[in-house]
Design a protein. Structure first.
Ligand SMILES: Nc1ncnc2c1ncn2[C@@H]1O[C@H](COP(=O)(O)OP(=O)(O)OP(=O)(O)O)[C@@H](O)[C@H]1O
Length: 562
């Protein structure tokens, strides 16, 4: 018995069979049904194609690459309504390289008082402060300084910019610092304001003397009710949030700011904006500002900087008429228009290309990618023990968060950290249903939606925006007690845009979001500015598993969603 040394080679029958198979395949490929039921989309080469002369190895490599690209394209085409504009990876790499050279805010041509306000007020308490990627690119570009990946932009008419960066990446400071810098420089050159300041300083000195009996200084400020910088945001909460940052910078940088939202009563708005004090910066919702401008057109007569934060919302169908109306009114005096957003939906992309073809688009390398520091887990609600009971699954998700927190020994013995969790749903009605169910199980849960009174909305959200680390006495034993250390806000997309939820590490996606844009905004409430975060998504039978799988894969690979 001798073993054959040709055991690896195909037999004659096998050879004939393979040749036949190859021939049949070639015929099928050219038939009207060619290309169907194939594992990979192949490429039929015509005789004489230069690719035929490539080495076998090269051909194999090419076909592998083609297979991967076509498989990825096919997969991407399947999903998510292709809602987001695509940004080529070559451009992202170029920007990433440019950012490396920026290590400190001191590298920017910002006035010393603005630098001081950033370090000592806006980012107070943080050590080793470094500009975030969007700040590294946007601040020099808006200042017209040639450092980083963007070169100096041309200055004629008004300049327009789009700042697009991930959620929680410091966009507010990226647009505020250059706008305030420009405001202070213009003020230094404004003779009327300087003369008024001198007169006021003298009058104040006089008023401080004990013998002075005359009237107090009440000469109107030259900028009375005529702001130079306007920041538009979509909701009253954001007016307060952004307005607070502006106010914090105003102490050192010395300017006057106001907030306009329906949360503040109409009389307060009237008293503040039309008082004899000047106002330099206004943070407002578009509708309120437009209605004030209607009664007094002078309000918008000297605006040099218009900032549209959350531009993907403010340029959508419901807001865009009023946003554009304000833009048209400020255009004669405008120097810079800045649109700011965490996502560039295709619709916004097209609108900008049409209306502002010369817009400077400033995007970060990781735009549209959910950071890898956010983990996402999935609970399949169709499986036991849930049997399509989503409410139960949501309760269990919170239970696992509570347990994880209780297991973590905090700095104080016998105490456990309180976890603030945001649960996002698609429909307003579901918020109350979920909150009521959780409350019936002893969870501290509240519902927030468009019908919640605005003052109450702010109060609810304020718990989740605090950057503190509350603790409670460590619960023992029963499940009910275990859930005392979670605080839950059940909300619609209303709470998903722009709110700086620094106190949130966990987000539960009760419903699968309608688009990648909503995925980005909702998951973006956790893991802000370099922090870690966790998302849990509940999948029921009507949900698109392929979409969720793809989002998870993109998150794992650190790739942009489309
Ligand atoms: N350079 C920095 N270093 C550390 N923290 C920063 C820096 N810049 C801003 N922050 C902090 O990061 C947090 C998020 O900033 P901000 O709200 O501006 O993010 P955003 O990009 O506007 O988010 P969103 O897209 O959700 O609106 C804030 O609490 C802010 O104080």
């Amino acid at each position: 018995m001798v073993l054959s040394n040709r055991v690896g080679s195909p037999t004659r029958t096998q050879k004939t069979y393979s040749a036949g198979k190859a021939r049949r395949r070639a015929v099928e490929r050219d038939s009207p049904f060619g290309g169907m039921n194939q594992r990979y989309a192949g490429r039929v080469r015509a005789p004489g194609d230069p690719a035929n002369t490539k080495s076998t190895r090269q051909q194999k490599e090419d076909s592998f690459k083609a297979r991967i690209t076509s498989a990825t394209k096919e997969m991407k085409a399947l999903k998510m309504q292709k809602a987001l504009a695509e940004i080529p990876y070559s451009r992202r790499a170029r920007i990433k390289e440019g950012i490396k050279s920026i290590e400190s805010f001191r590298q920017f041509d910002l006035l010393p008082k603005i630098q001081a306000a950033i370090h000592e007020d806006a980012l107070k308490g943080l050590v080793d402060v470094k500009p975030s990627p969007i700040q590294s690119i946007a601040i020099p570009a808006l200042l017209g300084q040639s450092i980083g990946p963007f070169t100096r932009t041309k200055r004629e008419g008004f300049q327009s910019f789009l700042l697009a960066a991930e959620t929680g990446s410091g966009k507010t400071l990226a647009y505020l610092a250059p706008a305030l810098d420009s405001l202070k420089r213009a003020e230094a050159e404004d003779e009327a304001v300087q003369a008024w300041k001198e007169r006021r300083a003298e009058a104040k000195k006089l008023e401080a003397t004990p013998k002075y009996k005359g009237p107090p200084f009440d000469e109107p400020h030259p900028n009375m009710a005529r702001p130079k910088v306007i920041i538009l945001v979509p909701t009253a909460e954001l007016v307060e949030q952004v307005g607070r940052v502006v106010k914090s910078l105003s102490h050192q940088a010395k300017f006057m700011s106001e907030m306009l939202s329906s949360n503040l009563g109409a009389s307060i708005i009237h008293r503040n904006v039309f008082s004899s004090r000047g106002v330099d910066v206004i943070t407002a919702t578009p509708h309120l500002l437009a209605s004030i401008a209607e009664s007094d057109p002078n309000v918008l007569s000297r605006v040099s900087h218009l900032i549209v934060d959350e531009a993907d919302s403010l340029m959508d169908r419901s807001f865009s008429p009023v946003t554009i109306e304000i833009l048209d009114k400020v255009t004669p005096s405008l120097k810079q228009l800045v649109l700011c957003s965490a996502t560039i939906p295709k619709r916004l992309d097209n609108l900008l290309a049409e209306r502002f073809p010369d817009m400077n688009r400033i995007t970060t390398p990781n735009l549209h990618a959910i950071p890898r520091r956010i983990q996402m887990g999935v609970i399949d609600v169709t499986k036991p023990p849930y049997q399509n009971n989503k409410l139960l699954a949501c309760h269990d998700a919170l239970w696992s968060i509570a347990k994880e927190s209780a297991a973590h020994e905090g700095p104080e013995k016998g105490r456990t950290a309180v976890r603030r969790v945001m649960v996002f749903v698609n429909e307003r009605e579901t918020t109350q249903e979920v909150a009521d169910f959780l409350a019936s199980k002893g969870v501290n849960a509240v519902a927030l939606h468009r019908d919640t009174p605005e003052a109450r909305q702010s109060k609810m959200l304020s718990v989740f925006t605090q950057n503190d680390k509350p603790t409670i006495e460590k619960p023992e034993g029963t499940q009910k007690r275990g859930l005392q250390n979670v605080q839950v806000l059940v909300a619609t997309d209303l709470a998903a845009r722009g709110i700086d939820t620094l106190g949130v590490r966990h987000v539960v996606l009760y419903d699968v979001p309608h688009s990648t844009i909503d995925f980005i905004h909702r998951l973006g409430r956790a893991g802000r500015m370099g922090r870690r975060g966790r998302g849990i998504i509940l999948l029921d039978k009507k949900d698109r598993r392929d979409v969720v799988a793809e989002v998870r894969e993109s998150m794992f690979l650190g790739q942009a969603l489309i």
